[in-house]
Design a protein around this ligand. Structure first.
Ligand code: TRP
Length: 340
């Protein structure tokens, strides 16, 4: 029976453990992870090696956040009995594969990666770009390909990484024979969630994020301080709904049943017939309703971090077995299989 069953397709995705996950992570990737966990054999990696590429001076932060980020994933409803959680640094085969992939990518190609470009600017590296940082997309390709993942649920800022991974797979196959299929990206419905300050991207480093672990009153406070329509001074002024974070969040987190109310607010907002505060209170309630079950599940794991540690340890063992299998194939293809 078993061998006539088609092999379940695989998901691999990952977060950098540099801080807790926020609503932007949820709409970009976590939501898809939860929805697809039954259909795909799912692996979630804590990308501590990648986190170190721009936090090499703060290993404790990375270490602490491995647990936090794993708890966020569990809190949104990923089932540890189905999903494999593992830690990047504990799979040395990923580093090994990265070295082989380095031959397949030019410096110019790395410098063209738009996400890396943005990040370099944000971090102000200037001419002092660490090689590890510039080349992290190669290592990310190794994260995805060592596991032979079919689908990679990520925010759309990661699409250049998927493209680069596909190029590397293609190049490898053409040089050494077919080992890798090209993975697909799976992007969230909301392409990129704006920050509470109206900036293009919600991000912990921009200090404009609502975290999945934020308590009720913190969410209320963040929503009350949100950027809305700057040209609207009185609630009788007609307001802009388009591009207004208030309404973007309502669209992203309101349920079907909320639609009538949301549309009513949109109309009245545009006519100057409702104040920001009323809409903000409504949004805070919707967000807290969404976050409540997440907080509850998180609290259970927070009380027993050793359970999360065990989930990671067992998952890492399983991922490592897959890594060893792939590396045998890779080394054979590359004529590096000396001592059989
Ligand atoms: N670069 C991703 C981020 O910043 C994290 C990541 C590392 C990742 N390795 C990955 C995502 C492999 C998907 C697949 O969020």
């Amino acid at each position: 029976m078993k061998n006539i069953m088609k092999k379940q397709k695989r998901i691999l995705t990952s977060d950098r453990p540099t801080g807790k996950l926020h609503l932007g992570h949820y709409v970009g990737s976590l939501k898809n992870r939860v929805e697809l966990q039954n259909e795909y054999e799912t692996f979630i990696m804590s990308a501590d090696v990648q986190a170190l590429t721009d936090n090499f001076d703060n290993p404790q932060k990375v270490r602490d956040n491995v647990l936090e980020v794993t708890m966020d994933n569990l809190a949104v409803g990923l089932d540890p009995n189905k999903v494999t959680f593992f830690i990047q640094s504990q799979i040395p085969e990923i580093a090994e594969l990265t070295v082989y992939f380095m031959n397949l990518v030019t410096l110019a190609r790395l410098q063209r990666n738009p996400t890396v470009k943005d990040e370099m600017q944000q971090k102000g590296f200037g001419n002092e770009i660490p090689v590890g940082f510039l080349s992290y997309p190669i290592s990310q390709a190794a994260d995805i390909l060592f596991l032979k993942a079919d689908l990679v649920p990520v925010g759309n800022d990661q699409s250049p990484m998927i493209e680069q991974t596909r190029e590397i797979a293609r190049r490898f196959n053409s040089l050494y024979g077919h080992v890798f299929d090209e993975p697909e990206g799976k992007f969230g419905e909301v392409a990129r969630l704006v920050g509470t300050d109206g900036q293009a991207k919600m991000s912990k480093s921009l200090n404009n994020a609502i975290f999945l672990a934020d308590p009720k009153d913190v969410v209320e406070q963040k929503v009350m301080n949100m950027y809305t329509d700057p040209s609207r001074l009185h609630f009788t002024d007609p307001g802009n709904v388009e591009g207004n974070p208030l309404f973007i969040y309502l669209d992203a987190f309101g349920s079907k049943e909320d639609q009538v109310q949301i549309n009513d607010y949109k109309e009245r907002y545009q006519k100057g017939k409702v104040g920001d505060i009323e809409v903000k209170q409504y949004l805070a309630n919707i967000l807290n309703r969404f976050l409540n079950p997440i907080r509850k599940r998180r609290a259970i794991y927070e009380q027993q971090p050793e359970v999360v540690g065990k989930i990671l340890k067992e998952g890492t063992k399983k991922a490592r077995m897959e890594a060893k299998k792939t590396l045998l194939e890779v080394k054979k293809a590359m004529k590096l299989d000396y001592f059989k």
